[in-house]
Design a protein around this ligand. Structure first.
Ligand SMILES: [Cu+2]
Length: 341
């Protein structure tokens, strides 16, 4: 049942018709094609014309800054030497722009989609003070090992004030950071798909006690949006803004170790994927082992799946990265690395 004229099929045909023109034209379908379809080669050339990415001041967050924005919380040593980390996460409704000209009525943690990347070390004690300032009941469900009452699941832990957190209510989740790896947090209110697709999710990183080797670390949360509410996505991205990294390539140094924290939270589609051009990476599934499981150039992820990817670019230049599901790439999930000396 379609409730607006902005459909996945229209978005795709618009994307195909005006590859090489502005992004808003490609996705809104409103502007006439400025060029004929140019084929895959043109995708590698970038999109020099027109306004092609969202001004970060509109959303109050920048997908490029989110790459390297790790929130270690407010810290304090407890007697006995254990580290306590505390955060405040506030759920509230906020309109965001996911591609120039396409607004989305999001539900956010702290006004961002994805929410802040929470980071800790294995064994730390974590306290997450959650306030529901939104328009619907929400929770924070963390992946990791913790008691049932801290699980953020409706109907569980309500005797201690947990479970479903009503509008205007608050709750503090407290648990130990374990195991080490790349985890996830998201709202678990019902209907689950509805609350996730609205934007209530974020990355949660637990470092091993003995840290991983120093690297240029990047958080990439693969997400998607359904602006016409037909339970089919029309816009795909990394860190929310479609095509953002086409116009603002991820700047990295030749030869430097790069560690990508890759999360797939895309709703409605069974799988997503990440492919890098001109290179291979070591894949550490869920980051729970220090030994890579695979050496490859493409990783497939189901919803909720996470991987650490480690790579070095031996040559300078522009290298594309994108979903190897071509349809998702055409709808926004593509970008560039810009490798310099
Ligand atoms: Cu929710």
């Amino acid at each position: 049942m379609l409730r607006s004229s902005f459909t996945r099929r229209r978005a795709l045909s618009a994307a195909a018709a005006v590859v090489g023109a502005g992004v808003s034209a490609r996705l809104s379908g409103a502007a006439p094609p400025r060029r004929p379809q140019l084929g895959h080669g043109s995708l590698h050339a970038g999109f020099p014309e027109g306004k092609t990415t969202v001004d970060p001041t509109v959303n109050g967050f920048d997908p490029s800054a989110m790459l390297r924005d790790f929130d270690w919380g407010k810290t304090r040593r407890l007697s006995g030497g254990r580290m306590l980390r505390e955060w405040q996460l506030v759920a509230y409704d906020k309109e965001i722009e996911i591609v120039p000209g396409v607004k989305y009525a999001a539900w956010t943690y702290n006004g961002r989609v994805p929410g802040p990347t929470l980071r800790a070390r294995e064994g730390d004690l974590l306290r997450i003070h959650f306030v529901n300032a939104g328009s619907h009941p929400h929770t924070i469900h963390f992946h990791g090992i913790h008691p049932a009452a801290m699980d953020g699941t409706p109907g569980v832990g309500e005797d201690v004030g947990g479970g479903l957190i009503q509008v205007g209510e608050h709750f503090t989740y407290e648990f130990e950071a374990r195991p080490f790896g790349l985890h996830l947090y998201h709202c678990h209110a019902s209907p689950l798909a509805g609350h996730i697709t609205k934007g209530l999710y974020g990355a949660f990183i637990v470092d091993p006690v003995e840290p991983r080797p120093p690297a240029d670390e990047l958080v990439m949360v693969q997400n998607a949006f359904d602006p016409n509410f037909d339970e089919d996505n029309e816009v795909y991205a990394v860190n929310t803004v479609a095509f953002h990294f086409m116009d603002a390539p991820v700047r990295v140094r030749r030869g430097r170790l790069i560690r990508i924290y890759l999360v797939n939270i895309v709703e409605f589609d069974p799988i997503n994927s990440f492919h890098v051009h001109g290179n291979f990476f070591h894949r550490f599934p869920v980051g729970t082992s220090l030994k890579p499981a695979e050496y490859t150039d493409t990783v497939i992820q189901g919803q909720g799946q996470r991987d650490l990817l480690e790579l070095r670019f031996p040559y300078t230049g522009r290298y594309m990265f994108h979903a190897h599901k071509s349809e998702f790439a055409a709808l926004g999930w593509m970008g560039f690395f810009e490798v310099t000396e």
